[in-house]
Design a protein around this ligand. Structure first.
Ligand SMILES: Cc1ncc(C[n+]2csc(CCOP(=O)(O)OP(=O)(O)O)c2C)c(N)n1
Ligand SMILES: [Mg+2]
Length: 918
């Protein structure tokens, strides 16, 4: 359907100028002339149809421009339904029965929240969001949302987080959730389990698929999900289907920059498999979304500007006869004049008020509604509450070709709550209703409960053989099963990849490479592997060249839904920029959020599509956790699998880039994500071990974990794996190089991670040769793993005091190599250095046998060379040496004079700037 046919192109509606709006025509155009133009357009419409009318209007517009008429730009259409009622399809369902079902869903959703808050004050929950959106969902459940079956992948639905009570209430009627579970809404720790406040696949893995409650995430995720579905089709990994991605959003939610941030991608990619439904109740939490403007018109212009198909659903069927009588277009014009704050007021006022303040602006409008009683005016429904209008919009959306659709549906927040909150600013927080309010709600929706029973707010489910339940079951059966529903449908991989990774255990034979280059080498090999080659999904936000991945452009291609319509400028080079319809790389451009959304779609395809795609998302590490941590959190909730690679990592290893780029934070931020394994490897073989094991754990054993691995751009020779240290690498630490000096009484254990491990190795040498300190060097690949393990051990010991007490991995590892020595533990002082905050080593210090000196990169980065940076942050070999000597001094093992001399010899300025605060 083309919107243009319903437009009044000369009117601008986005920001109504209330004062300027006058009922008469400007510039002396007389009404008769206007009428003639309108009539001739009507005649064309009647005789030749919408397409011809559109063409005429387009030609007129072009003609006007050529003749110097400066038409005002408007991306808006009038404040009217996009689909006029004469073009509405027949409603296919039993409307009366559906209304009764919807009323029961409303009741149970409300009961769930009211009951929960009676049991525990302030347990929370939302009534008003679902109350406003009930029709939007019920039409979907009865007629559109298709379940996942063996034959058909099903539709994907992102439910608005705060509408969850409605989804639970429906699942209760469907017989999928028990009254006991509803009783335990927001009380998940009750025996037998409860229901999570919002959609959380982590907590309800058989029910919810997509976490949506952090607002703004779901619209972006839905766009990239729809695009990923196309990617899978274009690469032949899944059959081409007409499955849709639906995303239900709040109008307030659209203020989050992520919500609209990727809408041009959706239209550019012609994602007609994507439908946004924005519940425009004109309110958010505190008050109106745009009290002084019109959110729907504002959204319309944004989406139309982005070339989406926009369907506005303002008015319910009761308005149609009035609109039909309005041959002069006065009513539509009047509708466009009010700001949202005024509309909100009309919702809470009487019919007489509506007559006076809305229709009263023009005697002709008053005349139009003369036959209607005040009560009838009060009951004029909005479009989002009218199933016929909603159905028409959904049908048009599902049939639209060539562009995504957004449905802007006007509703009332807290619809049906009456005095308890309908349309009021406080309604979002309403969780309790008094007895009278409950009775009013019960009566308004004809819930079959008497006055006494209803104040107890019982859950109500009609008998199994009732018309309502039978209808629900029949509809869901016809649509392929229940929604939402999550299941893991992929088959485990064999994941026997020794051949693939063994080469990286050998070392680089003296060749200097970075860990990034080593990773890209592994990626290249994985892409050729018979089992996982096709499943690997490399994702980059415009950084492939930074990471030396450009050779992959040519070999596996960059995904483009239209192939390559141009000859690339570098076509004559070996590594030209090759876009292809079956390209494998998702080159997302400069959007870490969008890339993360692709990562989520790819990493959850094992459940959504039953396809084990393995995403490798490599990005500038500082712009990962720091910038898009909430998406990473959502990925964790969703049980997303795959590998995040923080490239150009390390505060002092990334030279030159300075304060905003140099990452010393991400490993600390990664601590917060419970099912994320985070590694800071130093050598190629460490990365190989981690990735090989990760693929096995996630895609063979089905563990719900994902990985964060930092890779660097410092180049050095990669050593061969020193014996069987695989377990150590995975568990977080292993001894990389023991001291060969068996005689010295001065001993130290040095911990290094990532690129800083090499500084530690250098310190080992200085200590041995200059200070006769025998130091062992440990590669700490993951402080997070050591920390998690230490805490788990402590917890177990606390809970099982009578049993043989366990020893944390870090403690036992430091002990094992020395079991034959009299000391037991690895002897000497303990010093750790990494490219991240000092808190990382510190957090494991309580499981170490002695005090730990931690060096790290707390503070703002600097644009400088690597050596200068490591000096500035005090993590270079000299500072590691000094820290070791200082620990020995505190231990009473060396004289202070030795340190004083060392400070001089090492060229350390004791009065240098403090990196933390300078
Ligand atoms: C990122 C984020 N910020 C804040 C909130 C808290 N919050 C929950 S609902 C809400 C208002 C929602 O308004 P709207 O999107 O219009 O939805 P409605 O309930 O009106 O349908 C707010 C601010 C949140 N959930 N997520
Ligand atoms: Mg809202």
């Amino acid at each position: 359907m083309d919107n243009e046919i319903f437009t009044h192109p000369n009117e601008t509606f986005a920001q109504p100028d209330v004062e300027a709006a006058a009922p008469t025509q400007p510039h002396g155009v007389d009404d008769v002339e206007i009428q003639e133009w309108l009539e001739s357009l009507d005649a064309v419409l009647e005789s030749s149809g919408a397409e011809v009318a559109t063409e005429i209007l387009e030609r007129l517009r072009a003609h006007a421009t050529v003749n110097g008429i400066d038409l005002p730009f408007t991306a808006n259409t009038p404040y009217a339904n996009t689909i006029p009622h004469r073009l509405e399809p027949r409603y296919p369902g039993d409307q009366e029965l559906e209304r009764r079902i919807k009323s029961l869903v409303r009741w149970n959703a409300l009961a769930m929240v009211v009951r929960a808050n009676r049991v525990e004050h302030n347990i929370g929950g939302h009534i008003s969001t679902f109350a406003s959106a009930a029709t939007l969902y019920e039409v979907g459940f009865n007629h559109f949302f298709r379940g996942r079956t063996d034959e058909f992948e099903g539709d994907t639905v992102y439910f608005q987080g705060h509408a969850s009570p409605g989804m639970y209430a429906r699942a209760f009627l469907e017989g999928r959730l028990s009254a006991q579970q509803l009783e335990n809404f927001r009380r998940e720790l009750k025996p037998g389990g409860g229901l999570s406040s919002y959609p959380h696949p982590w907590l309800m893995p058989d029910f919810w698929e997509f976490p949506t409650v952090s607002m703004g995430l779901s619209p972006l995720m839905a766009i990239y999900q729809a695009r990923y579905n196309r990617y899978l089709e274009d690469r032949g990994l899944k059959p081409v289907t007409d499955a849709k991605v639906w995303a239900f959003l709040g109008d307030g939610e659209t203020d989050e920059p992520e919500s609209l941030g990727a809408i041009t991608l959706a239209s550019r990619e012609k994602l007609d498999n994507l439908i946004f439904v924005i519940n425009c109740n004109l309110q958010r939490l505190d008050g109106p979304v745009r009290g002084n403007g019109q959110i729907i018109q504002e959204l319309e212009s944004a989406f139309r500007g982005a070339r989406w198909n926009v369907i506005k659903v303002f008015w319910g069927s009761e308005w149609d006869p009035i609109l039909d009588r309005d041959t002069e277009g006065l009513l539509v014009k009047r509708m466009g004049e009010l700001v949202d704050g005024e509309y909100q007021k009309l919702v809470v006022e009487s019919g007489a008020y509506v007559r006076q303040h809305f229709f009263g602006s023009d005697p002709r409008l008053l005349k139009l509604v003369e036959p209607f009683s005040d009560d009838a005016l009060r009951r004029l429904r909005l479009g989002g509450h009218d199933p016929r209008k909603v159905y028409a919009a959904y049908k048009a959306a599902t049939e639209h070709k060539g562009a995504p659709t957004v449905i802007l549906a006007r509703t009332i927040k807290g619809y049906g709550l009456g005095e308890a909150g309908e349309g009021k600013n406080v309604t979002h927080q309403q969780k309790k209703l008094n007895e009278d309010e409950l009775r009013v709600f019960r009566s308004r929706f004809a819930v079959p409960l008497n006055d006494d029973d209803c104040v107890e707010v019982p859950f109500y489910r009609p008998a199994e053989n009732s018309d309502e339940i039978q209808y629900i079951r029949a509809r869901r059966k016809a649509l392929g099963g229940y929604v939402p529903q999550r299941s893991v449908r992929s088959k485990p991989l064999v994941a026997n990849h020794d051949d693939l990774f063994n080469e990286f255990f050998e070392g680089s034979d003296g060749r200097e490479v970075s860990t990034t280059m080593a990773f890209v080498g592994m990626l290249r090999k994985m892409l050729k592997d018979p089992e996982i080659g096709k499943l690997v999904v490399p994702i980059v936000p415009d950084e492939a060249r930074t990471f030396g991945m450009e050779s992959l452009f040519r070999t596996v291609g960059i995904y483009s839904s239209v192939g390559q319509r141009y000859e690339p400028v570098d076509v004559n080079t070996l590594l030209y920029y090759k876009e292809a319809k079956d390209g494998q790389i998702l080159e997302e451009g400069i959007t870490e959020a969008g890339s993360m959304a692709s990562f989520i779609a790819a990493g959850s395809a094992y459940a959504t599509h039953g396809i084990n795609t393995i995403p490798f998302f490599i990005y500038y590490s500082m712009f990962g956790f720091q910038r898009i941590a909430d998406f990473i959190w959502a990925a964790a909730d969703m049980r997303t699998r795959g590998f995040l690679l923080g490239g150009t990592a390390g505060r002092t290893t990334l030279a030159g880039e300075g304060l905003q780029h140099q990452d010393g934070n991400s490993h600390v931020l990664a601590l917060s994500v419970p099912n994320l394994r985070a590694y800071d490897p130093a050598f190629a073989y460490e990365i190989a071990v981690i990735i090989q094991d990760g693929i096995r754990r996630m895609y063979k054993d089905g563990e719900n974990i994902f990985y964060y691995i930092t890779v660097m751009n410092e180049q050095y020779a990669m050593p061969a794996m020193p014996g069987d240290v695989k377990d150590g690498i995975l568990n977080g630490m292993y001894r990389f190089r023991a001291s060969e000096n068996k005689k010295s009484k001065l001993r130290a254990q040095l911990f290094g991670s990532g690129a800083i491990l090499r500084e530690v190795l250098q310190a080992q040498e200085i200590l041995e040769t200059k200070y006769d300190v025998a130091a062992d060097v440990w590669s700490v690949t993951s402080y997070k793993q050591l920390y998690v393990d230490g805490n788990e051990t402590d917890r177990w010991n606390r809970l099982h005091p009578g049993e043989k007490q366990r020893v944390p991995y870090v403690t036992s590892t430091l002990r094992v190599p020395y079991v034959t020595s009299t000391l037991g533990d690895a002897p000497g002082v303990l010093v750790a250095a990494s490219d991240y905050l000092k808190t990382l080593p510190n957090m494991i210090s309580k499981w170490l046998p002695r005090h730990l000196a931690s060096l790290g990169t707390d503070g703002f980065g600097r644009s400088e060379g690597r050596a200068a940076l490591r000096e500035f942050f005090e993590v270079d070999a000299r500072f590691i040496t000094l820290a070791t000597l200082h620990e020995l001094f505190i231990d009473g093992k060396i004289d202070r004079k030795v340190i004083d001399q060392a400070i001089k010899d090492l060229g350390i300025d004791p009065e240098k700037l403090n990196p933390v605060i300078s």
